[in-house]
Design a protein around this ligand. Structure first.
Ligand SMILES: [Fe+2]
Length: 251
């Protein structure tokens, strides 16, 4: 798995508080079968592309002994996109990680800007839309997905870390084919940690193994390769009988 959204950069905004925490997060990532992590702090006026590169190079040197590859990335607010023409993309791909920070944004107005970015060669990966929008926004989210916006949902959303409402929205979006990839959005080692193993277990026990391969592994690779993953339509949740069968025969 490539974790496409992770606040691993030490001492920046509300991400890893220190290098020590970054190293602990990488250890947990290795234990969760993660091969690469995009280091995605929040963009702000001081975090220019040059400043990002400087800090990223230092972090790469400091974590050389870790078995995880670090990739570049930044989490932009939608409003940032309107004022910038130089970006840190995810792993050098064409993708920008974008937080739409609802409810101030009318998703219907986003479409034209997404198309404008596309003309400039950028694609949009929407960061955790399940945390920002409601059921009534699903038609607008579907329209954005048709325009090529790819939806990244958080591990924690599916296991209730962000509350019941977010979990319900995450499951609804998943059933509508609006979850393309799952990433951690981890901020440290306590309440906002990776939760990758926990989320994989959730998907495995509710929808089977295949979807874990697609949402965590295959699609994160496709995005780093600059491709657009197909919508993922999960088969119906496993029945109680299926759960018992998996327990006893491992099928
Ligand atoms: Fe984030």
């Amino acid at each position: 798995m490539i974790d496409l959204h992770c606040h691993l950069m030490p001492g920046i905004d509300d991400g890893a508080a220190s290098l020590d925490v970054s190293l602990q997060m990488l250890e947990e990532a290795a234990a969760s079968n993660i091969s690469a992590v995009c280091v995605t702090p929040h963009y702000n006026d001081e975090m220019t592309c040059l400043e990002y590169d400087r800090r990223f190079r230092i972090l790469v040197k400091q974590t050389l002994l870790q078995p995880i590859r670090l990739l570049r990335g930044m989490e932009y607010k939608y409003s940032d996109l309107l004022n910038l023409d130089e970006f840190v993309t995810l792993g050098g791909s064409s993708y920008l990680l974008v937080d739409f920070v609802a409810p101030a944004i009318d998703l219907r107005n986003v479409e034209n800007h997404v198309l404008e970015l596309k003309r400039k060669g950028y694609r949009v990966l929407a960061a955790h839309p399940e945390r920002l929008f409601d059921l009534q926004d699903i038609p607008a989210l579907k329209q954005l997905a048709r325009r090529g916006v790819v939806m990244q949902m958080n591990t924690g959303s599916f296991i209730g870390i962000h509350g019941d409402e977010v979990k319900k929205m995450a499951e609804s979006m998943l059933r509508c084919g609006l979850c393309h990839v799952v990433a951690s959005d981890a901020h440290g080692k306590t309440n906002r940690k990776l939760f990758v193993n926990e989320a994989m277990n959730y998907f495995r026990s509710n929808y089977g193994d295949e979807i874990v391969q697609t949402l965590f592994h295959d699609n994160s690779r496709l995005i780093i390769d600059g491709k657009v993953p197909d919508p993922v339509m999960p088969s119906v949740s496993l029945s109680p009988f299926d759960h018992i069968r998996r327990l006893f025969v491992g099928a």
